[in-house]
Write a protein of this length. Structure first.
Length: 187
């Protein structure tokens, strides 16, 4: 089954949920899609559809989903353990645009200096890449915590992303100025 078909069936079946189970399943979907970011989209959506079918079966028997399945977060985490992570090549293929955009953001100041002043600050370039790699590693390591905070505070991920970009630029500017005159080439 194609992923569009799975999502379409999921959307149709959700209409059969009562209000309590709808709220519960919405949490399951949010947790599943946020924490399943490193998993195959096809497998995550199929998992969500299976959970929805189980919730509908419990609802037909007169039970609430939370009473049967427990906390939505725990249900998703335990179910996602059965799905293997994507390999590195597949992961980079899926998220290459975000990684490239993040790295280009770190190159903005060294490139600007090269164009404006005709001076190449090699130390700034190296530091830009190092800081970007560290920030990406931190975001990757704490992705579950960050996703949980975003979900629980009901903020938009766009605001978090913008705050991350602003913080990245401040840290990058501060650290780059420490190594400004290392490996300088004048044209």
């Amino acid at each position: 089954m194609r992923i569009k078909d799975v999502i379409g069936e999921n959307n149709e079946l959700q209409k059969q949920l009562n209000m309590i189970n709808t709220a519960y399943y919405e949490q399951v979907v949010i947790y599943g899609r946020m924490q399943g970011a490193l998993k195959s989209d096809q497998l995550v959506e199929t998992m969500l559809l299976d959970i929805l079918r189980d919730i509908l079966d419990a609802q037909r028997d007169g039970h609430d989903a939370k009473a049967i399945f427990g906390d939505a977060h725990d249900l998703v985490v335990n179910t996602l353990l059965e799905i293997p992570d994507m390999n590195l090549f597949t992961l980079l293929k899926q998220y290459w645009l975000a990684v490239v955009a993040f790295m280009l953001l770190s190159l903005s100041e060294p490139i600007f200096n090269l164009l404006r002043d005709q001076v190449f600050y090699g130390g700034k370039l190296v530091m830009s890449f190092m800081i970007s790699a560290i920030v990406l590693a931190i975001l990757h390591h704490y992705r579950e915590f960050i996703a949980t905070v975003i979900i629980r505070t009901d903020r938009r991920i766009v605001y978090f992303g913008l705050a991350g970009v602003v913080a990245h630029m401040f840290i990058l500017t501060w650290a780059i100025n420490l190594v400004k005159n290392v490996w300088v080439i004048h044209f």
